[in-house]
Design a binder for this molecule. Structure first.
Ligand SMILES: C[S@@+](CC[C@H](N)C(=O)[O-])C[C@H]1O[C@@H](n2cnc3c(N)ncnc32)[C@H](O)[C@@H]1O
Length: 296
């Protein structure tokens, strides 16, 4: 890899690329490496690109790289260019029809994994993943928890298609199935009631009135259904809290992500509400509640 051409492009990117707090893995260097690999025909996430040797580029590939850098600086999310994003150490396929998995969601994924792994009977490690998006949570549970079986749903046909591609590419087709439908709609039958030790969800939780203030890189590129949570950001969340108890097995848990600043009020209202006897907040490294664990 010719160092001079890398360094010159890196300097240009570093001068113009604004850091995105929700994608800390995307530095100027990881961005350039991912675009370099893409131009060479070897797509990789920003995280994988940092671990991959860069090949030399011929003139055609160097031209493609400069075009890709320009498109990225124009605001197109890196993961929608590379088509890849790392989540929980796994390399996911990503397309504009589904939310780009965020590292912040690993707080929820790690807690859910620990809970599911603690279910003694591997045959009992059953999970519903509501609003699966790219399938990152569903696939993570199946790939990293022996025996785990996941039924996933999403209202978006595009998201379901992308999730199914990840289920196949990450080798968990025998233990994850993805259905298109509204929240628990696909599971409203006796065979599913009271059956799941874990209900998992990363819901859309941004208040509709706040959407216009989101970074254009999110609101202009990622699907609105993935982040617009309606009035107060509570549209999907309210229904999730209402409907989950029907599906939980005895001792089961609902685990879901919340927006920064949303968790404390939600914890209080859930504790006062009476439906959930166990209500616990999970804090990120800054001490902000970013996920809630609840049991009936
Ligand atoms: C914040 S994204 C989460 C995606 C993925 N689970 C993740 O962690 O990145 C929320 C997902 O919920 C889906 N969704 C929104 N409303 C829904 C509904 N009523 N029923 C099912 N899925 C819904 C969206 O299409 C989107 O894929």
């Amino acid at each position: 890899m010719p160092q001079a051409s890398f360094d010159a492009r890196l300097a240009a990117l570093a001068a113009q690329l604004a850091p995105a707090p929700d994608k800390p893995e995307e530095t100027p260097e990881s961005t350039l490496r991912a675009l370099w690999l893409l131009a060479a025909g070897k797509p990789a996430s920003a995280a994988l690109a940092m671990e991959t040797d860069l090949p030399a580029l011929d003139d055609g590939a160097a031209g493609r790289l400069d075009d890709l850098v320009a498109v990225r600086l124009g605001g197109t999310p890196l993961a929608y260019l590379s088509g890849r994003q790392r989540f929980m150490g796994l390399e996911f396929l990503v397309e504009p029809g589904a939310l780009i998995p965020r590292v912040e969601t690993e707080l929820l994924a790690n807690a859910a994994l620990a809970f599911l792994r603690a279910v003694a009977d591997p045959d009992g490690r059953r999970c519903l993943d509501i609003g699966t998006g790219s399938g990152n949570l569903a696939v993570t549970m199946a790939a990293l928890c022996p025996g785990a079986r996941v039924l996933a749903s999403d209202v978006s046909e595009d998201a379901a298609r992308i999730a199914r591609a990840n289920v196949a590419s990450l080798g968990v087709s025998d233990r994850v199935s993805v259905t298109v439908g509204d929240l628990f709609g696909p599971f409203e039958s006796e065979e599913h009631f009271g059956r799941y030790p874990l209900v998992l969800c990363n819901p859309p939780y941004v208040s509709s009135t706040q959407v216009s203030q989101m970074p254009a890189e999110i609101s202009g590129f990622e699907p609105a259904a993935a982040f617009d949570g309606g009035f107060g950001g509570m549209g999907v969340l309210r229904r999730l809290l209402r409907d989950t108890p029907r599906f939980l097995a005895p001792g089961g848990r609902l685990m879901f992500e919340v927006g920064a600043g949303q968790g404390e009020a939600l914890l209080k209202s859930m504790a006062a509400g009476g439906t959930y006897r166990i209500v616990e907040g999970l804090q990120d490294e800054r001490g902000i509640v970013r996920a809630i664990v609840a049991g009936c």
